[in-house]
Design a protein around this ligand. Structure first.
Ligand code: SAH
Ligand code: SF4
Ligand code: F3S
Length: 487
């Protein structure tokens, strides 16, 4: 789910999971007049520059949009290469060991730039997890800050500019505050993220997130709705609500449940699509399915990570549900009267003690649910987590074998199930163009890629909605031809 796109990106590292195109110029919202020139350009005598690279999940990606907005509001200008920046930010991920190692490789690769006076800052989950140890491993780093401290970024920048070399923002994980800023520099002018809840209190046995992102804290329904309304007014049509566990959203004003806030955003004028991620099966309630069934703008897609098909393994992971309870939630979605809800999931293979028979239960679950997509990972032992006490008993080669087996099994499921779309007319949001193939790239409400040709009709623009008839199905995407503009 959280694999990174290949190649160095210009602004943010692109997440292959969310399959968003990269927008080259960040959209600046709500920049204060003082720093806007007559053409809407940022003007500053000093024009300090920064580069930022983002690893990890959508929440990190969206945090970077807020960090970029805050930096621009402080008079910084974003550049596309480390070499051109005064300040270099890495917004990091620690979910698996490989993700964590990436930042240290990056810091080593660009260490030489420190001699030219450039400053390095490590943000995000590795920053929170490793804390001041990062200064020992990479002495050229000047700032280490976890996500709960970003609201203090302007003060931290002042310290760095004053010559401080070891600035930290690490002690804020118990805060009740969320990181809200009016200076979000959203990278896509049609589809945008809104964080509704930060942190996680679930403490799954394998997971670093509760230690890196701190305790759960929800934004008020009022501030979430205001942000959604502002986005709708600015022309956004597609909104994705974010949280490590969106379903445990609790309105601090006590007014609105998760399903209600979802429906309220779906009913805003101008909003055509609302998605949410990530759901936790324990907190996934039937009223969410009822809301999807009732409100057309709520997308036909739920990502419901299962992790394992074995109730014994789930209990050892502290997931707080059994296979049967998980399947009950699947049954709610399949019973939706007006919608065909596409279901995707995450699976971990080779969790400590997972037997061959338990792994086979997971394969069986994939058949039973008929997922439209599975993000699968080899178990990776993580610092501070309870699963470190279990022996990591399954050899890496065996984890790899199970991973490959699972992926092949799922590919076969999708190869057959994507055929069900043949001949259907589906609405897509246009995401771009593949000039080499002469195809436009679209995304369906079910979050599937549906590429299409226009047969001489003028091509729609990115962000527009059109109806496409599906003519071919592949295991991970669909192909079709545009039939009309969507109403
Ligand atoms: N909050 C979400 C996402 C957590 S991280 C949730 O609860 O589902 C995204 C995925 O990474 C998880 O769903 C899990 O499948 C995987 N993951 C998390 N920790 C892992 C670890 N230590 N080793 C391997 N995969 C892991
Ligand atoms: Fe990690 Fe579990 Fe929280 Fe998801 S719900 S972020 S897997 S602890
Ligand atoms: Fe990674 Fe932190 Fe997200 S560990 S997956 S960036 S919450």
């Amino acid at each position: 789910m959280y694999q990174l796109g290949k190649g160095r990106s210009t602004e943010f590292r692109f997440l292959s999971y969310c399959a968003l195109p990269l927008w080259r110029s960040a959209r600046l919202e709500a920049l204060p007049r003082a720093i806007l020139g007559s053409q809407g350009m940022v003007v500053s005598s000093a024009q300090k520059t920064f580069y930022i690279e983002t690893f990890g999940c959508q929440m990190n990606f969206h945090d970077s949009e807020k960090v970029v907005g805050s930096l621009i509001s402080q008079g910084y200008r974003q550049v596309e290469r480390e070499e051109d920046a005064d300040l270099i930010f890495y917004n990091t991920c620690s979910i698996r060991d490989k993700a964590e190692q990436k930042v240290f490789h990056r810091l080593a690769d660009f260490k030489k730039l420190h001699r030219e006076g450039k400053r390095f800052a490590v943000l995000g989950c590795v920053a929170q997890q490793e804390g001041e140890r990062i200064f020992e491993r990479a002495p050229h780093v000047s700032l280490v800050a976890g996500s709960a401290s970003y609201r203090n970024l302007p003060e931290m920048l002042v310290q760095i500019e004053g010559g401080a070399t070891r600035v930290t923002g690490l002690d804020d994980r118990e805060t009740d505050q969320t990181f809200e800023t009016e200076f979000t520099a959203r990278g896509n002018p049609h589809r945008g993220y809104i964080t509704i809840i930060e942190g996680c209190d679930k403490f799954c046995a394998y997971c670093v997130v509760p230690y890196t992102r701190g305790k759960e804290r929800s934004r008020t329904s009022q501030s979430v709705l205001e942000e959604a309304r502002r986005m709708a007014d600015a022309g956004y049509t597609d909104i994705q609500l974010l949280g490590q566990n969106v379903n445990s959203y609790r309105d601090p004003l006590g007014k609105t449940s998760f399903a209600e806030i979802l429906a309220a955003i779906g009913e805003l004028a101008g909003i055509r699509r609302v998605r949410f991620t990530t759901s936790h099966p324990r907190d996934f309630t039937k009223d969410i399915v009822d809301a999807i069934d009732a409100v057309p703008a709520l997308c036909d897609h739920v990502h419901l990570p299962v992790q394992s098909g074995s109730s014994r393994v789930l209990s050892s992971m502290f997931r707080e549900y059994t296979r049967e309870q998980y399947l009950e939630r699947i049954a709610w979605m399949k019973a939706a009267r007006n919608r065909e809800i596409s279901i995707t999931t995450d699976v971990i293979v080779g969790f400590p003690g997972e037997t061959e028979a338990e792994f086979a239960e997971t394969l069986g679950l994939l058949d039973e649910v008929g997922y439209d997509g599975v993000f699968s990972f080899k178990y990776s032992p993580r610092p501070n987590t309870p699963a470190l006490q279990y022996s990591d008993s399954i050899a890496d080669a065996e984890k790899s074998r199970r991973l490959q087996m699972l992926q092949e099994h799922q590919r076969e499921i999708q190869r057959k199930s994507y055929q069900r779309h043949l001949g259907r007319k589906l609405e897509v949001m246009v995401e771009g163009k593949n000039a080499a193939r002469g195809q436009m790239i679209g995304r369906t409400s079910q979050n599937k890629t549906l590429n299409f040709t226009t047969n001489g009709v003028p091509e729609p623009c990115v962000g527009e909605y059109v109806m496409v008839e599906v003519t071919q199905a592949f295991p991970n995407s669909l192909l079709g031809r545009m039939v009309e503009w969507a109403s």
